[in-house]
Design a protein around this ligand. Structure first.
Ligand SMILES: [Zn+2]
Length: 342
């Protein structure tokens, strides 16, 4: 091993290459690395290798300098490589002809937005939102609600049975029974949830749909309180000038019973296709809770009275937005749903 001639001058030249690194491209960088740091014939490698043969004093000075340059050079090369790599990545990623990426924004389903709105309005009247099981027993779904099993609504053809005596609830009313068994009045609840019936899946029917049930029980609740409560809701939900109509009806769990109509929102009562030229749309079934239901659920019908109502948020959503087909609410088609992103 021989000492390279003019090692000091050689080191000065090598030190200058550090400055060249910061502007080098990938090819020049590779050349530089071989030329200076190459294992076999790199200029700096040779100098470092020759140090052993130098007198101690010279070895110390030259060695320190050579190592300092080596370190500076390696750092500079690593840094330059990182920059070059970033640039490459950037160049590859950008394609000016690609369409912009669409940032999808989520929103509540239009039916759930209506459910929340209805519950909020009843909250103003002191109602609490509760929920209950979708798999029910015949007892809670029918019997306790004064619907004997031979009642038409309990017909097997309308009900999804899960097994003997077990079924998918056909309405949210079983939650009324469960709450009345657990709590004594005053009771004021709204119960949103999914219900199931063996219906066709066509523009106006679905085997699964949303329902909201309401129940108010206390001493001295009269038919006037019932009408006032419903009237308040309708005017808050639709508009203050909405005309409400109560039509006598029959349900096994209420007596007297009424169907509640509101003036058609589309034609303002003059008659159109939506309201089938009647000027009114039915929005709920309701009435004063039947004393037999109170008895079945452990509430004294001599002391307490109350009213109950049930409505279909799917239908109300369709009316509000002019949606012609209930199936649109279940198909999760983004072209439909994205209209409700506000
Ligand atoms: Zn109409």
């Amino acid at each position: 091993m021989t000492t390279p001639p003019h090692a000091q001058e050689e080191l000065d030249l090598i030190a200058q290459t550090v400055d060249r690194v910061s502007t080098a491209d990938a090819a020049v960088l590779a050349e530089l690395r071989t030329e200076v740091l190459g294992r076999k014939a790199g200029k700096l490698t040779l100098i470092l290798r020759s140090l052993g043969s130098l007198p101690p004093e010279q070895r110390r000075l030259l060695g320190a300098r050579a190592n300092q340059i080596k370190q500076a050079l390696e750092t500079a090369i690593a840094e330059r490589e990182r920059v070059l790599q970033d640039d490459t990545r950037r160049t590859v990623d950008v394609d000016g002809t690609m369409p912009a990426r669409h940032a999808w924004r989520g929103a509540r389903h239009p039916v759930l937005a209506v459910v929340d709105e209805i519950c909020e309005i009843f909250k103003e009247l002191g109602f609490t939102r509760v929920s209950g099981p979708e798999a029910e027993t015949e007892d809670y779904n029918f019997t306790k609600l004064n619907m004997p099993l031979d009642h038409p609504a309990a017909d097997e053809h309308d009900t999804f049975y899960l097994g003997p005596g077990a079924l998918l609830r056909t309405h949210t009313s079983p939650v009324q029974a469960r709450v009345m068994e657990q709590y004594q009045p005053p009771i004021r609840i709204v119960v949103p949830g999914r219900v199931y019936r063996r219906d066709a899946f066509d523009p106006s029917h679905s085997p699964v749909f949303e329902q909201i049930e309401g129940l108010a029980v206390d001493e001295g609740i009269s038919f006037v309180d019932f009408k006032a409560g419903i009237d308040y809701f309708v005017k808050r939900f639709f508009s203050p000038d909405t005309v409400v109509r109560f039509r006598p009806s029959f349900f096994p769990f209420t007596e007297p019973s009424a169907e509640v109509d509101v003036q058609c929102q589309m034609c303002k009562g003059s008659g159109c296709a939506t309201c089938k030229q009647t000027g009114y749309l039915e929005i709920m079934g309701a009435g004063m809770v039947h004393p037999a239901v109170f008895e079945n659920c452990g509430i004294d019908p001599e002391r307490y009275t109350g009213y109950a109502f049930g409505m279909g948020p799917d239908r109300i959503t369709m009316l509000r937005h002019g949606i012609p087909d209930i199936r649109l609410l279940f198909e999760n088609d983004m072209r439909f749903l994205s209209q409700f992103v506000s």
